[in-house]
Each structure stands twice: as structure tokens, then as C-alpha cells.
Design a protein around this ligand. Structure first.
Ligand code: BEZ
Length: 211
């Protein structure tokens, strides 16, 4: 059975470019993003790792730790990180798990044998402070991921964790949010002092509460 939203994510200990990592302890009390790479010394992965390194301040602002994984030995990660620096103009500033024994890849279902039985797919797992899975997405090896979208989802998840709102289609930080249907109009009057537009009884829009 694959990992499903709401599940407690598996704990593990594995080597990384920043030393051995015990995952749950490393996550601490904040949010986490774990993302896999099919293989070292591959072009798409090289661009992704550079992009995430440049976005690290954005993750930190949101109290999110990022960690990558590739199914190659640690010594290769160190060599590859020099290539990332040279070609992407960014230093690897977060740990990259060296999952040569595929322990973590198998625990998290990152190997899809009908796609490849040696490489992982491109998985992303967003993990909440309760260590439960909040989002998982799977991309094929040939498509680089959009990490601005990962940040957008984190903004939405953090809003809905704090306020009784959801976010509409293509929502971006700063735009109106949806009051969840479980909130009555009387409760909404108290919870959303900026007011709300009631387009339908089930569709009520309110300015983003934390702005
Ligand atoms: C890449 O990261 O560039 C890649 C990896 C596996 C298959 C295709 C592309």
C-alpha cells in the first residue's frame, strides 16, 4: 500500500551530504519537503537541485526544511555537487540523501518498476509539523518539477492549518480565500473581520486572513 495523505511518514536513518540523518529527528517541529532524483549526473536533476538551492530562503521563511534523495553513493553526491555549483551557480545548501541501498526509496514507494526498476521517479512529499503527509506528487524522470508550485501549495497548506479557509483554483499568495463550508455564516462573521462575499451559500470568498 503506497503512502497516503494523512499517514505518518516513515522514519529512517540514512547517509547524506550533511552526515547521517535520522529523519523524524531532523524534521524537528517544522514542515519538511522530501524529493527524489532518478539518478546522479543527469541533466534535469542538476537543474532542479540548483533551483531548490536558490529557493532555500523561501522555504526557510515558511519554516520548511528541504531534503533531496538520489540512489547513488555519497562520494558521487560530493562530485555531482561541484557540477551543480559550476553549471547552476548555486551551492547545494541542503542535505542530499545517498540512498544507494534504496532503503528510503522503497519505504516511500519512489521506485515504480514499470517506469524503471533502478531509478526513482520524481517524487515530492510535503510533511506537516505532525509528521503526517500533506501532499505527494509524482513526476516522470523526463519532466523537471515546478518548485514555485511547491511553495504555493505550502502557503495554502499553512493557511488552512491556521484558519478555516481553503484556496481556490490557481490561487496565489495575497488572493482571496474560500471559507470552508463547515463554518456557518454567523461563525464566519466572527472569524473573518475583513468580511466576505457570498456568491452562493457554499461559495464565500474572504481576503487572505494573514495579510
Ligand atoms: C534527468 O534528470 O535529466 C533524467 C533522469 C532520468 C531520465 C531522464 C532524464
Amino acid at each position: 500500500m503506497s503512502l497516503q495523505l494523512g499517514d505518518l511518514v516513515p522514519d529512517f536513518t540514512q547517509e547524506s551530504t550533511e552526515g547521517p540523518i535520522q529523519f523524524h529527528q531532523w524534521l524537528g517541529s517544522g514542515w519538511g519537503v522530501l524529493f527524489s532524483h532518478p539518478k546522479n549526473f543527469t541533466p534535469v536533476c542538476t537543474t532542479e537541485l540548483g533551483a531548490v538551492a536558490k529557493l532555500k530562503p523561501e522555504f526557510e521563511k515558511r519554516n520548511v526544511k528541504v531534503i533531496g534523495l538520489s540512489v547513488d553513493p555519497l562520494k558521487d553526491h560530493h562530485i555531482w555537487s561541484k557540477d551543480i555549483e559550476e553549471t547552476q551557480g548555486a551551492t547545494l545548501n541542503f542535505p542530499l540523501l545517498a540512498d544507494a541501498d534504496k532503503k528510503v526509496s522503497n519505504l516511500y514507494g519512489m521506485i515504480h518498476p514499470n517506469a524503471s526498476d533502478t531509478m526513482t521517479v520524481r517524487s515530492v512529499f510535503i510533511i506537516g509539523p505532525d509528521k503526517k503527509l500533506k501532499l505527494s506528487i509524482t513526476y516522470p524522470a523526463s519532466t523537471g518539477r515546478n518548485f514555485d508550485e511547491i511553495l504555493r501549495v505550502i502557503d495554502s497548506l499553512q493557511l488552512t492549518a491556521q484558519y478555516k479557509v481553503a484556496t481556490p483554483v490557481n490561487w496565489q499568495h495575497g488572493q482571496d480565500c474560500i471559507i470552508v463550508p463547515a463554518v456557518s455564516d454567523a461563525e464566519a462573521d466572527k472569524l473573518f473581520p475583513k468580511g466576505y462575499k457570498k456568491l452562493k451559500p457554499y461559495l464565500r470568498l474572504t481576503p487572505q486572513p494573514n495579510r
